[in-house]
Design a protein around this ligand. Structure first.
Ligand code: 13P
Ligand code: SF4
Length: 332
């Protein structure tokens, strides 16, 4: 039963597709995990949907012998690092991440040599080889707590996202923190002008901004100048956005992140009018996980994720520290 693709972001799946995927997953003893940026059909068929941190925690605790990770490659790799004895599948191994590609292990080794003794904090959007050179990983939902756990007298190398790094440095007022100049092309493309225009057009709306966005600084500036009341501006991970949607009294929310996020937000709070700050902010990599690819994955066991055992063992320490620090509640 093959689903038919229509337009980007929307698919017409054959009736029975979801039942077939679930039945094949059960037969394979597989749990289906989906990131908040996945296509709506993929989110709806998954056993768990969440942010990077929540999905890492679920992957680490899963009873199933196989994890099917509907997300991008570094996320599936992280699941394999945490559960080396399990089979980890990603429906399309070409689903990469421009942010993870912005630093290599060689570049990190050179950077460390320039700052001997510094603690290395890597965003989870990194390859296994970079994680192996890392002291502690973080996600957008616990980055502040992770850096705060490092003694103030120790230098910090934070990588690879410059916008998330700037956010953490601002919150902790930590000058000895060096930030790598990497970025995600999707989030960097959500700019301050778009946010300011939308905030002016919707003065009552809350602003939910992912810290990877190029507009995160503008959001704080708008709050600082009083152009938008401070309590309406929230810098949040994707999981944090769901919690904030349930708690806010706002009727309208402007969402600055990848557009796949709108699906879970609308499910969590159907009474709120959620609007994307940039409707074209769609991650091509996340959208490679099509219904067709997922069906193939659970049917044929493709694409299997492998991580060199020595790299995995070194990276595991950093990833385990990450899942112990900060609470996300960012998945279900
Ligand atoms: P979260 O950690 O907020 O889920 O974000 C992951 C990601 O890839 C952002 O682009
Ligand atoms: Fe990577 Fe950006 Fe896509 Fe997230 S949205 S997976 S950071 S390319």
């Amino acid at each position: 039963m093959v689903p038919t693709l229509t337009a980007p972001g929307s698919t017409a799946v054959d009736p029975g597709w979801a039942d077939e995927v679930r039945a094949l997953a059960r037969r394979r003893d597989a749990v289906l995990l989906a990131h908040n940026y996945q296509l709506p059909e993929i989110q709806d068929v998954a056993d768990h949907v969440g942010d990077s941190l929540a999905l890492s925690r679920i992957a680490a605790e899963a009873d199933a012998s196989t994890i099917v990770f509907c997300g991008v490659h570094f996320m599936a790799e992280t699941a394999k690092i945490l559960s080396p004895g399990k089979t980890v599948l990603i429906p399309d191994a070409r689903a990469g991440c421009s942010l993870a590609d912005s630093i290599t292990a060689d570049q990190l080794r050179e950077w460390k040599a320039e700052h001997p003794g510094a603690a290395v904090v890597s965003y989870v959007n990194t390859t296994a080889a970079v994680k192996a050179e890392t002291d502690v990983c973080c996600t957008s939902s616990n980055a502040v707590e992770v850096v705060a756990s490092i003694p103030r007298e120790r230098e910090v190398l934070f990588l690879p996202d410059q916008f998330l790094g700037a956010h953490v440095r601002r919150v902790l007022d930590r000058e000895d923190m060096h930030v790598w100049a990497g970025e995600c092309h999707v989030h960097a493309g959500i700019n301050g002008r778009q946010l300011a225009d939308q905030a002016r057009a919707h003065p009552e709306a809350d602003l939910f901004v992912h810290p990877e966005c190029g507009c995160a600084t503008s959001a704080l500036y708008l709050a600082g100048t009083g152009a938008v009341p401070e309590e309406q501006v929230k810098i949040l991970s994707t999981g944090g956005m769901i919690e904030a949607a349930r708690a806010t009294g706002a009727k309208e929310v402007l969402v600055a992140t990848e557009v796949g996020m709108l699906h879970q937000l609308r499910r969590a709070a159907p009474e709120i009018d959620f609007r994307a700050v940039n409707e074209r902010a769609s991650c091509t990599y996340m959208k490679m996980i099509t219904p067709e690819a997922l069906l193939r994955s659970v049917r044929d066991g493709t694409d299997e994720v492998h991580v060199d055992p020595e790299l995995a063992a070194r990276g595991r320490v950093a990833v385990q520290r990450m899942i112990e620090i900060g609470s996300s509640g960012g998945g279900e």
